[in-house]
Structure formats: structure tokens, C-alpha cells
Design a protein around this ligand. Structure first.
Ligand code: PRP
Ligand code: URA
Length: 211
């Protein structure tokens, strides 16, 4: 899709794993493991523009100058529930990242997001935020979450999802042109119930076995 702030993270391993995630015969255990692995692979791409600084260290052979990630501290913010499934994969690459939570669910009738929880790490203005949710469907949940983060004074935000629908990409990218959206897959459309087609079904239910 033609938005400067949207990209699909392309990698053969991501595509392969996403295919198994989509398969309705994939078990709950494997689904969770693969979502975790794809999140880790995506984290590699999403952090690729993080600034580096030179530090001096001593190896067993002597002193040298080398690079380390500098700049702001990172906060991951999964949108409950399904966003939780992508946190550990990211944390494996950046174990010091703090984790906030946004509690939202989509009303099944209206498809509007209903908010029930919000907690982010302190000194939020000084951090880089990565908002996480596997599904970008109508975009309502992600837009409301980004609105809330911004209302708390947070400016540096990226959004990461597994599967995006064109409708959600358009709505989100227009509402938040300053937030880059990273997806592992861009699907065809939403159905009349607001589910992504072909998608993967209900991400929360498949992660937590609630259906
Ligand atoms: C799912 C998903 C997103 C939202 C996407 O959550 O994890 O948060 O739907 O839909 P939208 O783009 O149309 O807002 P759901 O509301 O099913 O809650 P859950 O994670 O608690 O299952
Ligand atoms: N939420 C999901 O979990 N799946 C969809 O396809 C759309 C919204």
C-alpha cells in the first residue's frame, strides 16, 4: 500500500512461519511459539535504525573502541490480550526494554475499541515506544492506543503487527502519519464481521485457547 509510514517486513523465515500460523490446524502450542519467533525476527528489522555510539572496552587482547546501541530507552506496549503473544520474542533481542500495557477489546457489535487498562513505564517522554498487536483490522484498537500514548506526551512511537488489512492500514496511516507501521503480512480485506481475510482467525483465542 502506498503509505510512507507502512512497510511489510520481508524475510523467507517470516513468510514460512506466518503460513503455519495462519493454518487452522496449527495447535495452540505451535501457534504461540511461532508468533513469538516472528516477533523476534521482526524486532531485528524494526530496530535497524537505532543509533549507535562508540564506547571503549578492553578485550582479552587489549583496549579497543566498539559500537553499542545508544539513545533512548525502549518501551514495548502490547495491546491486551493478543499483543502479549509478541512481547517475549522482542524481549529476547532487547531484554532491558520496559513493558507497558494497554487494555482494549473490540466490541463485537460496533467493532469500536473499549478501553479497560493503561499503564506505561515512567519517564515515558524520554523513551522510544513500540506498540504491539498481531492484528490491524479496522484499525480502531491501534488508533485508540496511539491516541492514548500521545495524550500522555509520548512522541516516538512505532507500531508492529503480524497481519494488516488494507482498511486498517489506511485508517491508521492517515490518523497517525508520524507512526511507522511494520507488518509481517498485508491481507486482502475485512469480512462483514470485521475479521481479516484470509487472516488467522481470532488471535487472542488462538493464543490463549479460549475458543
Ligand atoms: C483483536 C486484536 C486487536 C483488534 C484488532 O483484539 O488483537 O486488538 O482485535 O481489531 P481492530 O483493528 O478492528 O480494532 P480483540 O478485540 O479481539 O481483543 P483480545 O485481544 O482481548 O482478544
Ligand atoms: N481481531 C482478530 O483477532 N482477528 C481478526 O481477524 C480481526 C480482529
Amino acid at each position: 500500500m502506498d503509505f510512507n509510514n507502512f512497510s511489510v517486513v520481508k524475510h523467507p523465515l517470516i513468510e514460512h512461519k506466518l503460513t503455519i500460523i495462519r493454518d487452522k490446524n496449527t495447535s495452540k502450542k505451535e501457534f504461540k511459539e511461532l508468533v513469538d519467533e516472528v516477533a523476534m525476527l521482526m524486532a531485528y528489522e524494526i530496530t535497524k535504525d537505532f543509533p549507535l555510539e562508540e564506547v571503549e572496552i578492553e578485550t582479552p587482547m587489549g583496549m579497543t573502541k566498539a559500537k553499542m546501541v545508544s539513545g533512548k530507552k525502549v518501551a514495548l506496549v502490547p495491546i491486551l490480550r493478543a499483543g502479549l503473544g509478541m512481547v517475549d520474542g522482542f524481549l529476547r533481542l532487547m531484554p532491558s526494554a520496559r513493558v507497558g500495557h494497554i487494555g482494549l477489546y473490540r466490541d463485537h457489535e460496533t467493532l469500536q475499541p473499549v478501553s479497560y487498562y493503561f499503564k506505561v513505564p515512567p519517564n515515558a517522554e524520554d523513551r522510544d515506544f513500540i506498540l504491539i498487536d498481531p492484528m490491524l483490522a479496522t484499525g480502531g484498537s491501534a488508533i485508540a492506543s496511539a491516541d492514548k500514548l500521545k495524550s500522555e506526551g509520548i512522541k516516538n512511537i512505532k507500531f508492529m503487527c503480524l497481519i494488516a488489512a488494507p482498511e486498517g492500514v489506511k485508517a491508521f496511516c492517515e490518523a497517525h502519519p508520524d507512526i511507522h507501521v511494520y507488518a509481517a503480512g498485508l491481507d486482502e480485506k475485512l469480512n462483514e464481521m470485521g475479521y481479516i481475510v484470509p487472516g488467522l482467525g481470532d488471535a487472542g483465542d488462538r493464543l490463549f485457547g479460549t475458543k
